[in-house]
Design a binder for this molecule. Structure first.
Ligand code: SF4
Length: 549
């Protein structure tokens, strides 16, 4: 049986095998229950009479569950994107466009820091929201300079608020410094405790600020490169100093970072798609453990970290990175098509149509369809123009949250045996709504295919997965997942097939969220708000006067 935690709230209302009425009847009941003329929530709570066919069997789902199912669509969240330019008169503007291209990596906040030569203080502007919302033309004019770094954030450590927006800027004995970080430091709490004991005063609750404090230590403590060696975990970082910009990756190379060139200027970006937008030439990936220093003398590399096994995040290929980016010498879209082909060979299905879940399932679905010679049709139509928030007419329009983002073309799927291809299942709520949607629109069979292995473990390296007990595959067998989704069959790509699709060696990847093999030790107590909790604990432990005096 599924683990209790996951299905607390769902399983307790499921009474499978107690009703054999056909699907259409069940859906009519649901439709009726959800109609504006009845109190959907009031009717549903405590009454288990809304039925859905699941996996060829019937299970009852209360209206309350369905309502929450439809309102809690979940996909893992991108972490952050970083960008930097050195030696270009339009550095800030180029950074602005670079951040546009990296917007998929973080939508909570954005920021740019710039400078002109070494004669002027750093200029910066940052704020909450999308790049287009944070920057106006006059701000970009004010930021005019010859070097700049920028950041788009999704919070994986620290709250989402303006104070935690990056890049961070500080004045130190070594001059001004600015930092933009993608990843999670796994030893952040220990480093911060140590730095605070030595008198460092932190402005934010983000692990990235630790980088600045380490670099700001007096030279007697070993210099900048020695400071970097103190950090553990995932970090792809761009730094700006008084005369340079610096880009570096942790020795495992969890997160991507690449180097390009434009009109004689050097550029650094999380992904190569940012170079395409500004017509920069892609030179190469920054290697795991490499520190690239770009200044008036040109470019050079340092290698301060101990040699280590590479552990690039496999999920960048599966989902996070943009398909038009090249990482590790391979184009991400090609890898996804190949994952679809592998999936088709491993988990074929007799079907009339292959339908992708947009956008991330598109390339894998193409590969799946090609391999089995089944027609491909993008039957889910995505609305690209909705904002991040809207007034949700829960009582007025049934399954609004599903339909507002993805609507299904009934004519394409009615009466057909459909294979739905998606990149991953995390909580399962999103996948389940897709299956419900297809059934409701007359699909005769629904076969779910996933272009990576089941997600069973948490990520401590900068990806915002939920707690393991909320991961569907951590709590359920494959048969139980299939039944929960209401699919006729389910198939996942296995680890070997996923790696083969990249064309890269097995030992170059982190796949901990799939196989539990964590390449770098982590703090078992880690959670996203670890810094806030530390602060709150300190408040509880001592009266304010004792803390301050
Ligand atoms: S645990 Fe998963 S998501 Fe996290 S870095 Fe490893 S492969 Fe990527």
């Amino acid at each position: 049986m599924c683990g209790g935690v996951y299905f607390r709230g769902i399983a307790q209302h499921v009474h499978a095998d107690t009703d054999t009425r056909p699907w259409g009847f069940a859906m009519r009941n649901w439709r009726e229950a959800a109609s504006p003329s009845r109190d959907f929530l009031g009717l549903a709570q405590g009454s288990d009479n809304q039925a859905l066919i699941a996996g060829g069997r019937r299970s009852n789902v209360t209206g309350h569950e369905l309502n929450s199912l439809l309102s809690t669509q979940y996909k893992p969240r991108d972490e952050c994107g970083v960008f930097g330019v050195f030696g270009h008169p339009d550095s800030a503007l180029l950074t602005y466009y670079g951040l546009f291209a990296l917007q998929h990596r973080g939508q909570e906040s954005a920021g740019i820091v710039s400078a002109k030569g070494s004669e002027r203080a750093f200029q910066f502007h940052k704020g909450m929201g999308l790049v287009s919302q944070v920057f106006a033309a006059d701000e970009l004019e004010r930021l005019a300079g010859t070097r700049a770094i920028g950041h788009v954030r999704y919070s994986t450590t620290g709250s989402s608020n303006a104070k935690n927006a990056q890049p961070f800027v500080v004045d130190t004995a070594r001059g001004q410094l600015a930092v933009a970080h993608n990843g999670n430091l796994t030893n952040a709490a220990a480093l911060r405790t140590e730095l605070e004991a030595r008198g460092s005063i932190f402005q934010t609750t983000v692990d990235s600020e630790i980088v600045l404090h380490l670099l700001a230590q007096p030279r007697g403590t070993g210099g900048g490169l020695a400071a970097l060696r103190r950090m553990e975990g995932a970090f792809s970082i761009v730094l700006m100093g008084e005369r340079e910009i610096i880009g570096f990756r942790d020795p495992q190379g969890f997160r991507p970072l690449c180097l390009g060139k434009l009109d004689g200027a050097y550029v650094l970006a999380s992904e190569s798609c940012a170079f395409d937008l500004i017509h920069a030439e892609f030179i190469r990936d920054v290697a795991p453990g490499e520190v690239v220093i770009i200044d008036g003398n040109g470019i050079r590399s340092e290698w301060p970290f101990k040699a280590s096994k590479s552990a690039f995040c496999m999920f960048e290929y599966v989902y996070f990175a943009r398909p038009d980016s090249n990482i590790g010498g391979v184009n991400v879209s090609e890898v996804r098509v190949e994952m679809g082909r592998e999936l088709a060979r491993q988990c074929p299905a007799e079907a009339d149509l292959v339908v992708p879940v947009p956008d991330s399932g598109i390339f894998a679905a193409l590969g799946f369809a090609e391999e089995l010679d089944i027609p491909y049709f993008p039957a889910f139509v995505r609305n690209h123009y909705i904002g991040r928030t809207f007034i949700q007419p829960t009582q007025l329009i049934r399954d609004f949250n599903v339909r507002v983002k993805l609507n299904l073309i009934r004519e394409a799927v009615e009466g057909k045996r459909v294979v739905v291809v998606d990149d991953s299942i995390v909580r399962g709520t999103t996948a389940r709504t897709r299956v419900i949607n297809l059934r409701e629109n007359g699909a005769r069979e629904v076969h779910m295919r996933i272009s990576c292995p089941p997600h069973k473990h948490a990520c401590y390296y900068g990806i915002d997965f939920p707690d393991p007990e909320k991961l569907l595959a951590n709590q359920c067998t494959r048969e139980e997942i299939c039944k929960y989704l209401g699919a006729d069959s389910i198939g996942y790509l296995d680890v070997a097939g996923m790696v083969r699709a990249t064309g890269r060696p097995f030992n170059e990847f982190c796949m901990a969220c799939f196989n539990g093999d964590y390449p770098v030790p982590f703090d078992a107590n880690f959670d996203k708000l670890i810094m806030e909790k530390r602060r709150d604990n300190a408040r509880l432990l001592e009266p304010a006067s004792d803390r301050l005096l």
